[in-house]
Design a protein around this ligand. Structure first.
Ligand SMILES: *[C@@H]1O[C@H](CO)[C@@H](O)[C@H](O)[C@H]1NC(C)=O
Length: 398
């Protein structure tokens, strides 16, 4: 009897243990399930397109189909004839680049070039790097700093992807010779020290980069550049962040169209997120974490649709999101920044244009390649939390 009762007790204990184990593991499974479901839901539309693929390394070119906004899909960067080029050498020669360097792949090679990096690198460019058309620079899988020297210029080019790089401490450049697109040697006299400067460039996608601390701006879109999407970037520690059209006389920038989305601005950005002249900007689903002077500014009759952004004002007096400059002769050219479904925190506010209700809102009118679903600004802390260059471990997802 005693024998059986001991055995019974042992059995009961084992059974209990089993039940508890099963119960715990089922709880664990549910938690893991809901966690991954949430993670999937919380990715924005661009990231969701490729980041859920654990095999992203073998499917790198999938990225080109994930862009949205005015750049459209970047399908011209992939497909037949694509050259896969790996950067193995962080050194730089602006006129006679060696194979293995970034400049060789980005400026000298012709046609569709998809550039990746063998390992982590800090690349100090001796002069600005001129990126050729049909070039994708893909920093995923390595930590790539473009720092301490020249930075990127996209001069009269089209179909360019810049993804996953860290730009900082770019230096203003003295005039000099540089190998330009398709290996032409050009005398170049601009180089204010912007991280990425577009000069008459079109169809450009700048995604998931981290940019900070440069002497001029971080991104400048100038001289008739258009069809640009600036997404998922992290801009921080910078006075002048983003300029869309650089001078009042640049009339051809009237047809400039830029989408600014899922970016994280701040901390420690002062102004121009962006500053717009002449053209049209759809500033949508960005997170603004404080600003020094203002977030969105403009002059020369631009149209800006500020849609479903989250503006968190600084603790200082400067709670106003926008700034405008009236330097045009008539002084009456309307300022058209329309705010739709923006969310304001910590006292942030936007001034509606006079008689705003009388004017049609400047919707972007995207085609099906450019269109994407705007999310509620309340979700933006999640949707922008991975803004900037991603850390992608070799064996897993980004
Ligand atoms: C910009 O994209 C549109 C299509 O959305 C196209 O019609 C137009 O030609 C492009 N502009 C330039 C300068 O590439």
């Amino acid at each position: 009897m005693a024998f059986f009762s001991i055995n019974n007790a042992a059995c009961r204990r084992i059974a209990l243990l089993l039940i508890v184990t099963l119960f715990l593991s089922s709880i664990h499974a549910t938690m893991a399930g809901s966690k991954s479901r949430k993670a999937a839901v919380r990715m924005n539309v661009i990231d969701r397109c490729w980041r859920r693929d654990a095999n992203w390394r073998s499917n790198r070119q999938k990225l080109a189909t994930c862009s949205v906004g005015f750049a459209g899909k970047m399908r011209n960067n992939i497909g037949r004839g694509i050259i896969h080029y790996q950067v193995t050498d962080p050194s730089d020669d602006p006129v006679n680049p060696r194979p293995g360097t970034l400049r060789y792949g980005a400026s000298k090679l012709r046609g569709k070039v998809w550039i990746t990096f063998k390992n982590d690198m800090e690349i100090k460019l001796q002069k600005s790097l001129m990126v050729s058309s049909f070039t994708a620079i893909d920093g995923r899988g390595a930590s790539i700093h473009i720092a301490g020297g020249g930075c990127f210029v996209l001069y009269k080019v089209t179909n360019v992807i810049i993804h996953g790089l860290k730009f900082h401490d770019c230096q203003a450049q003295s005039p000099g010779l540089i190998m330009g697109p398709d290996s032409k040697i050009l005398p170049v006299n601009w180089g204010d020290g912007d991280a990425i400067r577009l000069v008459t460039a079109s169809k450009v996608w700048i995604d998931h980069n981290t940019l900070y601390n440069c002497p001029d701006g971080l991104i400048d879109v100038t001289r008739g550049s258009t069809n640009v999407t600036i997404s998922n970037n992290w801009f921080r520690n910078q006075n002048k962040v983003m300029l869309l059209s650089h001078d009042d006389g640049s009339v051809r920038d009237k047809s400039m169209r830029v989408t600014v989305t899922f970016n994280h601005f701040g901390p420690d950005c002062t102004q121009r997120m962006p500053r717009v002249r002449h053209g049209y900007a759809h500033v949508v689903n960005n997170l603004y974490l404080e600003w020094g002077k203002y977030a969105i500014g403009g002059s020369m009759n631009p149209s800006v649709l500020s849609e479903s952004n989250l503006f968190i004002a600084p603790n200082s007096e400067n709670k106003k999101v926008t700034w405008r400059q009236d330097i045009n002769v008539q002084g009456r050219i309307p300022w058209r920044v329309y705010s739709v479904n923006d969310v304001f925190e910590n006292g942030a506010f936007i001034k509606k244009p006079a008689h705003a209700h009388l004017h049609p809102k400047p919707w972007p009118r995207y085609n099906h390649e450019q269109f994407f679903r705007v999310v509620s600004a309340r979700f933006l802390r999640d949707f922008t939390k991975d803004a900037g260059a991603l850390r992608c471990s070799p064996m897993s997802r980004c």
